[in-house]
Design a protein around this ligand. Structure first.
Ligand code: AGP
Length: 612
């Protein structure tokens, strides 16, 4: 996701725009830019890098314009670079736009515009928009406001998500905006008006906001704002007064980035699987050319990663093996690179990394390439080192993950890998298509089910209040629940500094059960109906030794009682970690806050471990 800002009024626009971008950098920070109307021309200043770099662009602070738009980018199409930065203009330099979202049909639109004499300076999906506006404007559009009508005609050609701001030197007294699936708010000032992706960017200027709805247009001039529906029928809109203070607003009202990112997971999954998961059609991965012959030639797939990313890989192992019947090995990158792995051109190596900068993962990837393996990167940061090194890259679109503890990246990775496994199975024909369609439907329902799990936040916070003084915790699970136990245990450790271990339920009695004594907290995950009875008896073994038990399950538990039970929605057991991990993200968060620790920046940790 990206951050966009706009201003029209009596002040100089540039300081307002840059200040707004700084507040929105948590939404994206790999490049930034502004466009203003200066002496009847559009002036665009933009570059790769953080918002602070804009101050180094010569002349930017001499711009006296009082109307402008601005953008801080989280790249989705085209690596971070000056030409891929926003704003983008049409070929005639009469329209400039900034955009947050993904235009799914941009390839067709580029082809259409190229066939009509347009050319492109960037690799972005966004650049089709200003040229479409110019195309429709010059072709002639009808309507009271031809600027608005041209923008609508262009938007009608788009498929995907967007929040768009447009300025034009032909219409120097207004900014036009429209949104669909990407957020946009308008700030109402005195003789001036503001636009932003989120409230934080402009809260220091006004507390009065209009929250734009999907498919709603607005014409913003310095002394009034007009609203239109998708048929350009004008309507009025209520003002919303925001009581937040500015600092709280950067986290969109959440106390910490981690809690905000936990709650962003439904959208992170939607953005990631959108236009890849096709119900009733084959899944598609743009830019990924994997053939049936290649997949049939493989003797195994290696998934290599660190920490939470590795835990996502473990879940993916089960899914790929089940659907594709290709053996999958999962390795910790720092071990993989030194164990002289048996890999060659018949091995596909998948590298998972949220940051795309983890040193061990990057080094392991280079090792794979030196052995002739094809390499596929799964990352959340466009143009990161690992994505530049890999043969193929498939991105999660979770948006920037600021908190050190990874949450939305994990669920986005597992969702993406599940769709990728289906994609491979459809290429191979290795799994019944009707069963694949059922799994696709289950995946498409995950965001809504995850919202249900988030609704349990209060109960989980109450449990955290009862166990935050513990010194040891044990997580138990079987099969894919064991992988969730590993991730839950890691969350508790890295956020609350409580010693914690994850065990395969059936393994505890082979030694570690010696540590279980009165009052020790044991946490069980039970989501697989076939394995639940065995896991329940494992947990009862610790109950009989005095343990306090907290169970997360999607099953109806009868004739057993545990100290705490959190019931989550059922789903296909292959993808249940996407739901069952969330209670542990929340539990770790609330234990950490109960202990008064630094949730977003836990001690000794870094968001990206770029050293060995
Ligand atoms: C998880 O909460 C940690 N932040 C850490 O384990 C992280 O997952 C690991 O360092 C890998 O990072 P990456 O995904 O950026 O490669």
């Amino acid at each position: 996701m990206c951050g966009i800002v706009g201003y029209i009024g009596s002040k100089k626009a540039v300081p307002v725009l840059i200040n707004g971008l700084h507040c929105l950098e948590y939404r994206g920070y790999d490049s930034a830019g502004i466009a203003v109307l200066e002496n009847k021309n559009i002036v665009v200043m933009k570059d790769k890098g953080r918002v602070a770099n804009l101050d180094n662009i010569s002349g930017i602070n001499d711009l006296s314009s009082s109307i402008g738009i601005a953008h801080t980018r989280w790249a989705t199409h085209g690596k971070p670079s000056q030409e891929n930065s926003h704003p983008h203009m049409d070929n005639s330099n009469q329209f400039a736009i900034v955009h947050n979202g993904i235009i799914e049909n941009y390839n067709e639109l580029r082809e259409f515009l190229s066939n009509n004499g347009y050319h492109f300076l960037s690799q972005t999906d966004t650049e089709v928009i200003p040229n479409l506006i110019h195309y429709h404007y010059t072709k002639g559009v009808s309507g009271k406001d031809t600027f608005l009508a041209a923008v609508k005609a262009a938007v009608d050609d788009l498929k995907g998500s967007y929040a768009i701001e447009v300025i034009s030197n032909l219409f120097p007294d207004r900014v036009i905006v429209v949104r669909k699936d990407s957020p946009l708010v308008l700030g109402k000032g005195k003789e001036e008006n503001y636009i932003a992706s989120d409230i934080p960017a402009i809260l220091s200027y006004t507390k009065d906001f209009y929250l734009l709805d999907d498919n709603e247009y607005a014409i913003i001039s310095k002394d009034h704002i007009q609203f239109f529906d998708s048929n350009l029928v004008e309507h009025s809109k209520e003002v919303t007064t925001i009581e937040w203070d500015a600092t709280a607003a950067e986290k969109n009202g959440y106390e910490h980035f981690m809690l905000k990112e936990i709650h962003e997971q439904p959208n992170a999954i939607r953005e990631t699987i959108n236009n890849r998961l096709q119900l009733g059609e084959k899944c598609t991965f743009e830019g990924l050319t994997i053939t049936k012959e290649y997949l049939q030639s493989l003797n195994k797939i290696c998934i290599v990663a660190c920490g939470t990313a590795m835990h996502a890989g473990l879940v993916a192992k089960n899914i790929i093996e089940k659907l594709c019947r290709i053996p999958v090995e999962v390795d910790i990158a720092s071990e993989f690179r030194y164990r002289d792995p048996i890999i060659d051109e018949k091995t596909l190596c998948i590298y998972i990394s949220q940051s795309g900068e983890t040193a061990d993962t990057l080094a392991a990837l280079k090792l794979s390439k030196s052995k002739g393996c094809k390499t596929l990167a799964i990352s959340n940061v466009i143009g990161s080192s690992i994505t530049r090194e890999a043969d193929f890259t498939v991105y999660t679109y979770a948006g920037p993950e600021i908190a050190v503890a990874s949450t939305k990246a994990y669920t986005a990775q597992v969702s993406l890998l599940a769709v990728l496994a289906i994609h491979f199975a459809e290429i191979l024909g290795s799994y019944a298509q009707d069963k694949l369609e059922e799994l696709k439907a289950d995946i498409s329902r995950l965001p809504t089910k995850l919202e249900t799990v988030l609704g349990l936040e209060k109960s989980i916070a109450e449990i955290a209040q009862k166990i935050y003084t513990e010194h040891d915790m044990y997580f138990l699970g079987r099969g894919t629940d064991y992988y969730v136990a590993m991730e839950g245990s890691l969350k508790v450790k890295e956020l609350s500094y409580i010693h914690s271990e994850a065990y395969a339920s059936g393994e505890l009695k082979h030694g570690t059960i010696a540590l279980i004594e009165n009052g020790i907290t044991v946490i069980g995950i039970l989501t697989n109906p076939d394995l639940a009875p065995k896991s329940i008896s494992n947990i009862q073994e610790v109950v009989s030794r005095g343990a306090k038990t907290f169970v997360v399950t999607n099953q109806e538990l009868t004739n057993v009682s545990f100290d705490f039970v959190i019931r989550i929605p059922e789903t296909n057991s292959l993808i249940s970690p996407i739901l069952s991990v969330v209670p542990f993200q929340l539990l770790a968060y609330y234990i950490s806050t109960a202990k008064g620790l630094d949730v977003d920046k836990p001690r000794n940790l870094a968001k990206s471990v770029t050293v060995e």
